[in-house]
Design a protein around this ligand. Structure first.
Ligand SMILES: Nc1nc2c(c(=O)[nH]1)N[C@H]1C(S)=C(S)[C@@H](COP(=O)(O)OP(=O)(O)OC[C@H]3O[C@@H](n4cnc5c(=O)[nH]c(N)nc54)[C@H](O)[C@@H]3O)O[C@H]1N2
Ligand SMILES: Nc1nc2c(c(=O)[nH]1)N[C@H]1C(S)=C(S)[C@@H](COP(=O)(O)OP(=O)(O)OC[C@H]3O[C@@H](n4cnc5c(=O)[nH]c(N)nc54)[C@H](O)[C@@H]3O)O[C@H]1N2
Ligand code: SF4
Ligand SMILES: [Mo]
Length: 839
């Protein structure tokens, strides 16, 4: 298959990689550049929508940031270019040395995907398992883990809201106008705002673009969500606006929770969050009256004090009103493959005749009879007629056993490939692990110690934690004290500049990629993106990198690879049988599944297409986990044919597919508690609610009198996916927003330069007077402050926020940093010219 651009460019389908919505795009490619970009009307979720950000995505694809040679750090901190062979040989040797000396658990994995690329991280799980690693983390563990814990306790999985249909949308510390997260966010918000029957409620200390459209803007003091949310819940209970019938039918632990809310002093909570009591009551009444409520909490609350209990109180708004599994409400959804937490198969609607017998016989024959079968497949090499017969037999065998055997066979494998297996506490600091992720802000503490169980090696893929986690300088020190660190990235990032080895990745438009943000309900979508052009010479895709490293660790016997490749040549059913039986017999190989798929099934695809092999695995796992929802989406074959059918559609439909189709009430099938009920009592959070009366919120001191929101999403921020500062059409240096009153008191005007000082560091920035801000509250954008090689050398534009933040101000349960309430001092600088930003 030729991936290079055609002489006359044709519109090709891909997706935006700048936020979790992954809107479908169509692009024209010329001479390696994305010359024209438009929203793809065929995309099943975005339906032609895109915002302004992807129009200049070529600034990601091309530019001075791209690296094209593996780099090795010299002792003086400079880097030398080395060949791929030397890099891979040395890295494999050094990882093996750490494993052999200290144990594989001391090799830590971070990242594995950004907003649009999760395939590399999924392949990376094979290396994780190959070296015997145990701990990992990524950006989710500095934002979403508190919410994930609450979800897990209440009903077991992730929820999303039906904002297209909802009567009342509640956004808590979320500004979807800029940050999206809701499909087709802007038209959806506009429709809601226009419709007198529907309402938007926003909790935000800032008059964000979304707050400005809202019917109820609860403009709290920064960091006080917990009292605002508590007062809303208390109003629902005390004014009897709850759905008692629904609660009785679907929830347990109700009375204990209602009792807590009955005791809340609403007036006092309103005072603590700085909102008029009547405004809170009025918003609660609107929620209580609605036929449906959908909520979305995000960084404003997740990176603020009391985030875990706030998540709980936020979810109570729709739980107390019974807004689940109905149009416009909240839902648990299917996954192609879960991003966090364990793989979870949904029970089949119909029973399989003789299910138990089929399971026992099926598993036994996989364990004991399969070697002979694999030997037959191997001997068929190239014999077409016998191959067809063998495939037919394999297909028929699978038909008889698949429905009974697939889940028990797939479950242990899927758990190893996912990241949800590890729970408990970290070895050095005892930080709590949730969804398989250790708190991102504990990583440095797990390294900077002489504890014998400290982390010794760090593998980072697709992430820039030295820039994105709290206290950058501390993270840099931690990286430099490791035995070995490796960064896989398209750019020489801040993190790469502290690593021992840097491996240059092919870009997301030069290889197969996919996002696992499959968060929709009732129609969930997935898109596999094809390469739009050849990889930049010198770069490699992550699947290639991981496979080459695992080859060097010599863990898989070459006869396994050749037998499975032979089976794949016979047919997909033969391959399924051979693969699952091999993994049943040699369980130590299960965690290497992505590698095995790549080297065996992948070898039967056209050169350059090998990475699709894991997508085949995902298609099988998705249909095994959600057979009925996949059937409703049109994948009606049985046995392994259902996954095959889905895989075929994923390959054919470049715009993406609807892979599961549910009815609203099907959301109940995704509830993970065996009694299919919501469990409202979470004892440690009940204690937290009781404690709230004793806490008076205050996040400033005489030394640091302002609250800085360190990381506001704006029109031209996208984490640090695009490094070229010229990408931005406006707000190029990322101004500090402040109220007119504060500006007057400080005697500064828009465009003036100020110095910010926190307990951790200092930075300079320009000021923008903004009527979005309340007095005492200032805000800086995220995604700035990275170095970029310009004509006059490296420049850093904007504030690298995490030189100002600390790991100590964090959630007591899951360590989420309080980036939205950083105490800060502001000083006016005399000079009009900004001193150069320093990282
Ligand atoms: N344009 C753009 N979009 C993005 C991204 C990007 O970089 N740029 N990043 C993506 C990612 S990774 C994420 S996680 C999401 C984040 O998306 P959001 O969470 O929506 O983004 P933020 O602007 O960080 O924060 C949302 C709001 O929280 C408010 N806030 C500040 N302090 C508080 C507080 O104490 N309480 C409450 N209730 N609100 C507060 C801010 O004023 C802001 O309006 O955006 C995604 N989308
Ligand atoms: N103070 C403060 N800190 C924050 C935030 C904040 O609001 N305030 N926001 C936080 C949030 S919510 C998030 S999600 C994190 C995000 O922070 P990170 O997890 O560090 O993610 P990104 O900034 O998206 O970085 C993605 C990296 O992937 C690289 N990349 C792009 N494409 C590829 C590819 O194909 N292969 C490989 N190997 N690499 C690729 C990019 O060059 C970039 O270095 O930041 C967090 N940090
Ligand atoms: S940034 Fe997000 S909302 Fe905008 S086009 Fe990209 S994926 Fe869609
Ligand atoms: Mo994020």
């Amino acid at each position: 298959m030729a991936h290079d651009e055609q002489p006359t460019p044709k519109w090709q389908k891909t997706a935006c990689i700048l936020c979790e919505c992954n809107c479908g795009l169509e692009v024209l490619v010329k001479d390696g550049s994305l010359t024209k970009i438009r929203g793809d009307k065929d995309h099943p979720a975005s339906q032609g929508y895109s915002c302004e950000k992807p129009l200049r995505l070529d600034r990601y694809q091309n530019g001075a940031h791209r690296i094209d040679t593996p780099l090795r750090r010299r002792t003086d901190g400079t880097y030398e270019q080395i060949s791929w062979d030397i890099a891979l040989d040395e890295i494999a040797e050094r990882l093996a040395a750490v494993r052999d000396t200290h144990g594989g658990e001391r090799i830590f994995f971070y990242g594995g995907g950004g907003q649009g690329n999760h395939l590399g991280g999924a392949y990376g799980r094979a290396l994780f398992n190959a070296v015997g690693a145990k701990y990992m983390s990524n950006a989710l563990a500095q934002e979403k883990t508190s919410e994930a814990y609450v979800d897990q306790q209440l009903y077991g999985s992730h929820t999303s809201g039906d904002f297209e249909k909802t009567e009342v949308a509640v956004f808590v510390g979320k500004n979807p106008w800029q940050s999206h997260g809701v499909a087709r966010a802007r038209p959806t918000l506009k429709e809601m705002a226009r419709d007198p029957q529907r309402s938007i409620i926003v909790i935000d200390p800032r008059k964000s673009e979304t707050a400005a459209m809202a019917d109820h803007h609860l403009q709290i003091k920064p960091g006080t969500d917990v009292w605002c949310l508590g007062a809303l819940d208390a109003t629902l209970v005390q004014e009897n606006l709850i759905d008692s019938q629904w609660l009785t039918a679907h929830a347990v632990g109700v009375e204990e929770v209602l009792e807590l809310f009955r005791k809340i002093d609403i007036a006092d909570y309103a005072r603590r969050c700085g909102v008029a009591e009547e405004s809170i009551r009025s918003a609660a009444r609107r929620i209580g009256r609605a036929t449906s409520v959908a909520t979305y909490e995000d960084l404003g609350v997740q990176q603020s004090p009391n985030s875990t209990v706030s998540s709980y109180l936020q979810k109570m708004l729709w739980i107390l009103t019974g807004s689940f599994a109905k149009p416009g409400g909240m839902h648990i959804h299917s996954w192609v493959f879960p991003l966090a937490g364990p793989w979870f198969p949904i029970e089949r609607e119909s029973t399989v005749p003789l299910d138990r017998t089929r399971r026992v016989v099926g598993l036994m024959s996989m364990r004991y009879g399969a070697a002979a079968m694999r030997a037959v497949f191997s001997r068929l090499d190239g014999e077409k007629a016998s191959g067809r017969i063998a495939e037919r037999i394999a297909r028929r065998t699978l038909k008889a056993f698949f429905a009974s055997v697939a889940v028990p066979a797939a479950d242990p494998i899927a758990r190893l490939v996912g990241n949800g297996t590890q729970e408990g506490f970290t070895p050095v600091t005892g930080a709590r692990i949730i969804g398989g992720l250790i708190p991102a802000n504990s990583i440095a503490d797990e390294i900077l110690t002489d504890h014998p169980d400290r982390l010794r090696a760090l593998w980072i893929d697709s992430s820039n934690p030295l820039h994105s986690l709290a206290d950058s300088n501390r993270f840099r020190r931690a990286m430099r004290s490791l035995d070995v660190s490796v960064v896989v990235d398209v750019a020489l990032t801040e993190t790469a500049r502290a690593a021992d080895y840097v491996l240059p990745a092919a870009s997301q438009f030069e290889k197969y990629e996919a996002s696992l943000f499959t968060l929709h309900f009732p129609h969930n979508t997935f898109q596999m993106r094809r390469p739009l052009m050849s990889p930049m010479p010198g770069t490699r895709s992550e699947p290639e990198i991981y496979a080459a490293l695992i080859d060097r660790l010599h863990l898989v016997d070459s006869t396994v690879i050749s037998a499975l490749t032979a089976a794949a040549k016979v047919g997909r059913s033969a391959y399924s049988l051979a693969l699952f039986s091999t993994l049943e017999q040699q369980k130590q190989l299960a965690g290497l599944l992505p590698y095995i798929l790549y080297r065996t099934l992948g070898a039967t695809f056209a050169p350059g297409d090998e990475a699709q092999a894991l997508i085949w695995g995902f298609a099988q796992l998705a249909t095994i986990a959600q057979p009925d929802a996949a059937r409703r989406a049109g994948f009606t074959d049985d046995g392994d044919g259902q996954g095959e059918h889905l895989f075929g559609a994923i390959c054919d439909r470049h715009e993406g597919v609807v892979f599961t189709d549910d009815t609203y009430s099907d959301a109940w099938s995704y509830v993970r508690h065996a009694d299919k009920k919501f469990h409202l009592m979470i004892p440690e959070l009940m204690d937290e609610i009781r404690r709230l009366d004793a806490e008076e919120p205050c996040y400033t001191t005489a030394e640091f009198p302002f609250v800085l929101s360190a990381g506001e999403r704006r029109s031209f921020t996208a984490n640090v996916i695009i490094r070229d500062p010229d990408w931005r059409r406006r707000d190029k240096s990322g101004a500090l927003r402040m109220s007119a009153q504060d500006a007057a008191e400080l005697a500064v005007d828009t465009g003036d330069i100020v110095r910010l000082t926190t307990e951790t560091g200092t930075a300079t920035t320009t000021v923008e007077i903004s009527d979005m801000m309340q007095p005492g509250h200032v805000s800086l954008p995220n995604g700035m402050g990275v170095s970029y090689p310009g004509p006059n050398g490296e420049t850093v534009i904007g504030v690298p926020l995490n030189t100002l933040t600390t790991v100590t101000r964090r959630d007591k349960f899951f360590g989420n940093p309080w980036h939205k309430t950083v105490p800060v001092r502001i000083e006016v600088l005399d000079s009009a010219a900004p001193p150069p930003a320093r990282f």
